[in-house]
Write a new protein. Sequence first.
Length: 488
Amino acid sequence: MLKQFLNLKLSQKLSPQQIQLMKLIQLPTQAFEQRLIEEMNENPALEAGKEEDDYEKDEFENEDYDDYDDSESDRIEADDINIDEYLSSDDTPDYKTQANNYSDDDEDRESPLAAPISFHQDLINQLNTFILTDDERDIAEFLVGSIDDMGYIRRSIPDIVDDMAFTQAIYTDETTVERMLHVIHELEPSGVGARDLQECLLLQLKHKTPTESVALATDIIENQFDAFTKKHYDKLIQKYNVSNEQLKKAIHEIEKLNPKPGGAFSGNNKVTENVVPDFAIRIVDGELELTLNGRNAPSLHVSKDYQEMMQTYKESRDKSSAQKDAVQFIKQKLDSAKWFIDAIRQRQETLFVTMNAIMHYQEEYFLDGDETKLKPMILKDIADLVGLDISTVSRVANSKFVETPYGTKLIKEFFSEAMKNDQGEDVSTLEIKKILQNIIEEEDKKKPLPDDQLAELLKEKGYPIARRTIAKYREQLDIPVARMRKKI
């Protein structure tokens, strides 16, 4: 039995130019500069700086090349390309760039975070200070390669022995690997190469100058680790027959240790880029002023030489096949340069109007820096204000930084969902988290508040929040449960 179906499907595909524009918008300042360098290296028709002479910039665009062989199906015609068509996907409102939109680059406000070498390479370099045989060095380097980003070796010695045999053709035994592991434990940062938290803390304590407090701390970690992690301080005082003050000093020694020795290494297996603010917000005479980092607004123009080559071709009487091939290449590069210049202008306008809308939406916060004044704000709120697609606003928010009087912030941190207070008013979840954080900071650390009591306190302040929501916010703030916040 035959059946007929009518299936209508509406789909929209982005052109390659639209995709490239979206990628440009997503790039933060430093990555954008690198992309600019790459484009200029690839396209000689694109030049930096301002043009010295006034001439008809678009002369090549509207010419009819009648002598050009129409039989060449793969040639490129400038007239067939309408740049406006593939730059209008976001329906950006009319906007003129003002002189004060771009801050001078005289003072690059960068936070250098780059590490010269990786974490693992640093450990390998330290092995050079030990006298080892070739076989021992191979084993030691394999162990270094088994260390995770936090500084731990999470695999058992037998597994490591088997892995070396199968993957590296290194045949050894558990005793030798254990001996090489002790060498790894001598490397910095102290605690690296540990197989669990207990061993990590013990390694660090054994590297400290011996004192009464360090000795007690070492004994506690080695023999009473479970009681310590559960903060059964009364049990520890009774076990070691020490005073409250003595235990407090020992616990203080443990709290100074690093449970993630690998995480302390700047870069952590990769070089971290410098943080360069893409925008700056300042308060001038009580008003907010927004500037776009000048490095996002380069001066570019289409090569005059390339346009003159096009003019020369037009005026020449005898057009050889080589000349026709050359003009095809020139037209391609000229069109590409014009598109890239327009795309950069579109990028500047998109960045500025988006951040400007965010700044005015969160005006109360930017005027005094009080995080409790951050209003609920989602991507759609800003997209509706500026007439852009939500995905475009997301590209701006997720990868850009803004320098404010209160520090350099990632823009996406200003977005949050809304919740109702006891007056039925919308409040930002950021505001609730800040209040929760303040309550926990002010609590009695000898008797930390459990989540149900935190929920009651927030309810008293006008925020009826469920206990499970309190737990979720606390975890997002990286705040441990009450038992783990307990102090002596």
